[in-house]
Each structure stands twice: as structure tokens, then as C-alpha cells.
Design a protein around this ligand. Sequence first.
Ligand SMILES: C[S@@+](CC[C@H](N)C(=O)[O-])C[C@H]1O[C@@H](n2cnc3c(N)ncnc32)[C@H](O)[C@@H]1O
Length: 468
Amino acid sequence: MSKRNNHKAKKLHPPKGKKQHRSGGKTITAEVTCTGFTNEGKGIAEWKGQKLEVPYLLPGEKAEVHVSQKGKFVNAELKRVIDASQDRVEAPCPYYYDCGGCQLQHMSNPAQARFKQQYMEKLMKPFGKPEPIYTMDHPYDYRNKNVMTYGLNQKRQVIGGLYAQNTHEIFDMEECLIHDPKADEIANSIKDYMRKSKMQPYNEDTRRGFLRHVLIKVGKVSGEIMVVLVAASPEFKGKNNFIKAMRKAHPEITTMLLNVNKRDTSVVLGNQENVLFGKGTITDTLCGLEFEISAKSFYQINPVQTERLYAKAIEMAELTGKETVIDAYCGIGTIGLVASKQAGKVIGVEVNKDAVKDAVRNSKRNGVKNARFYQGDAGEFMVDMAARKEKADVVIMDPPRSGSDEAFLSSVVKLKPERVVYVSCNPETQARDLKYLTKNGYKVEGIQPVDMFPQTYHVESVVKLVRK
Ligand SMILES: C[S@@+](CC[C@H](N)C(=O)[O-])C[C@H]1O[C@@H](n2cnc3c(N)ncnc32)[C@H](O)[C@@H]1O
């Protein structure tokens, strides 16, 4: 039976028999009281004057924990909750305590929102008070992209799923409650097919076998689905049979690609890509525009929340129809193209070649005449713009988790846009960059947290800066 329709896990606490005490060293059981949270949503407690970080423990709770110490390293794992918090719920996913992909399923949805709000308030204190976080009514099934990894278990049976918590071991699973359900069905069909055929998963240690990962992208509005087989070799034995079987079982797959990744790396996609059928991209609708998305291009993973995020970012940009807007780190051009209706012109810059091609195509597809997209490093692009004394009224920036860099930020300061709208999936690096901008002529006028990644500790944030 689908676990999606059975959102009640049996156990309140980490299941017995689960591998514990991974740090090695002597393990003792201690009784502790939780006093707060780490930024990753772990409970904080004190034991013999030392700070413990205990996954799945909530503030105010009294619990028994397993503590093991090896040298300076202290590891704590929850054994049993003695006094449970009112915020504690049964994690709906039966894999929750082993998987590690989600960290907050043991917290009620309002408690997750409070946790994220408090985290943002603490982090953003030097800059202002964040608005209440945008939460989701249905905080499951939201991801439009997922990557499954395949391997063999000890019985040499094919397994497929995510990496188990803090390991590089594949954790066999049929369903993830934050994935798109169709994507999980397809991933399971591939696993079944492999079990019945000679298609072998790749083994990182022996460097033998074929299939490393499967990347699935779903157009949540269009219903189009892309399946990318990431293989260690371009030689796909039994290709035609596989394609035939998958198309029959899942007519909703609109395109399939073979990506070849021969490298010894944790990066999923390699450089070589062959289209097995379909156009090699999917199209989806976001904020009323159509976007074509390639396998390697970035596209926000939660489209429901993305529409709210973009609406807020564009509101913060205060466009009147005349402004020159820079869409930095623009991906496939989504923010810039949505903003283009209210701007004089849009200049997008993005390092990923495929994403830039998508952005150019997307501009044409939507009949946008006032947007140009350039491929390159956003920092270098801005340095050049500043050197040429070009004009920009608004900079919308949405860098990767590592944040921006000094070349980019110092050029923003030189270009003197009236407003900077900073979108980020990592508020820690955003806060670091805000420090630079607020020391160099800008002040923060608005902070909007967005719960883009429910059930995990991650928070999206958009900040408005204006010139002082
Ligand atoms: C968080 S995504 C945002 C994309 C887009 N704004 C959106 O909302 O879909 C960050 C993007 O920055 C790109 N990127 C990473 N480093 C870059 C750099 N140094 N210069 C330009 N783009 C970069 C990535 O390829 C990715 O598309």
C-alpha cells in the first residue's frame, strides 16, 4: 500500500535495532533535557559540561540519549523520549530515521515554521526583522526533481534509493513523501526492470557495472517528465528493450536521455549526453510563462513556493517599466523573464551553457523582446559592466548555496543600482554578503523567508536592499 495514503508511521522514536553509535568509542546512556536547536534542527542538550547535538530531540523534551566519545568527538543519538514536546508528531515517512534527507518530520508543521522563523530572526538580526515565513498548505509531494542511486545489496539484489544518513551507502526505498509520486513510480519501475534484466548498477569501488543514477524532472503543470539515466559508459546494451518497456509502463515520460559520467565523483551528471527519445528537454509553466528546461539546467525544485518567491522578489524590485534589471545567476531565465513585463530591459548572466541556451529559447518562446542572456561568471560580468560604467537600476541576484563573491559585490557597489534583491537558498552566505553590501552603501528594507523545502531544515530567503 502506498505510504502516501498512510501518513502514520508506527513509531514515535527511532526504531529499535537501527544502527546507532556510529562514532565508535565507549557508549553510555544519559538523561538530558533539550534547551534549544542547532541551525540544522538538532536538539541541543548539555552532558557533563559538554554541548550535545541530538538529532530528533525537541526543546523542552527530557530524553535518554546514547552518548559515545572518541577523543574530543562526542556523538549523541536519541534513545527514548521521556517527556515529549507538544510539537512532536509521528514522522509520516517510515524511512525517516534512517534516510537523512528530511530532518524535521518529527516536528508539527507549525513548529517547523516557528523553527525556521526563529532561525531567520537570529541570523538576520543585524539587518532587520523578517516577515512571517511563507508556509505550504500541503508540505509534501512538492519536489519536481529527484535523483535515485542504484546498487546491489548483500544478497546481490538490485536496490535503489537515496544515500543513507551520513554515508555513501544506498538506502533502498520505494517512496519519498516529498518527491513527486509519479517520479517515484518511474524509479521503482527501473529498479524492477533491472532485477529482471541484465542491466547492472554501477559499483563505485570496483568501478564496474552500468547505471549510476536516475535523474527525474517533472513539469508539475505540464505533466511532462524527463528521465536521465546516468551511466558509467556510453554503451547501453539492451537499450531498445529498456526504452520500449519504460514507454509502455509510463507513457507520461516525454523524453529520456543517457548521460555518461565516468568520473570518480559525487557530482551526479557527466558532460556527455545523448537523447534516447523525445526532445531532450521538458517544458513547464511558472508564473504564467512557459519554460524549457534541460537536464543540466537549474530549475527551482518547489514550483508552488517559487511563484510566491518570485512575486515577492519582483515586488521588492519596485519596477515601473523603465528600469534596466540585471538577473544575475539567472539559470534558465525564470526571474528575469517574469520581471521583463514590468522592466525597461533585462540582462541575464549565468555560468551554465545549457541553462543560457534555455534562457534564450525561453525568451523567444514567451515573446519577450527586452531580455538578453549572457554566458559567463556573474562576478566577471559585473566587473566588466562596472569598468564600462554601464547603468543598472535594479540587480536581482540568486547565487548558489556558496553565495556571491567579492568581485560581484564590489561591482554592484560601483554600478550603484537603486535596489538589490537578493534571493538565496542559503541564508548563512546571504547574511555574509549582506554584511558587505550594508557596509558599502546599502541598507536592508525587507526580509521574506520562504519555506521552499518543508520537512528539511533548509530555508529560502529574499532580501530587499536599497541605496542609502
Ligand atoms: C540558485 S540557482 C538560481 C537560478 C535562477 N535564478 C532560478 O531561480 O531558477 C543559481 C544559478 O547560478 C548559477 N551559477 C553558479 N555559479 C555561477 C557563477 N559564478 N556565475 C554565474 N552563474 C553561476 C548556477 O548554474 C545556477 O543556475
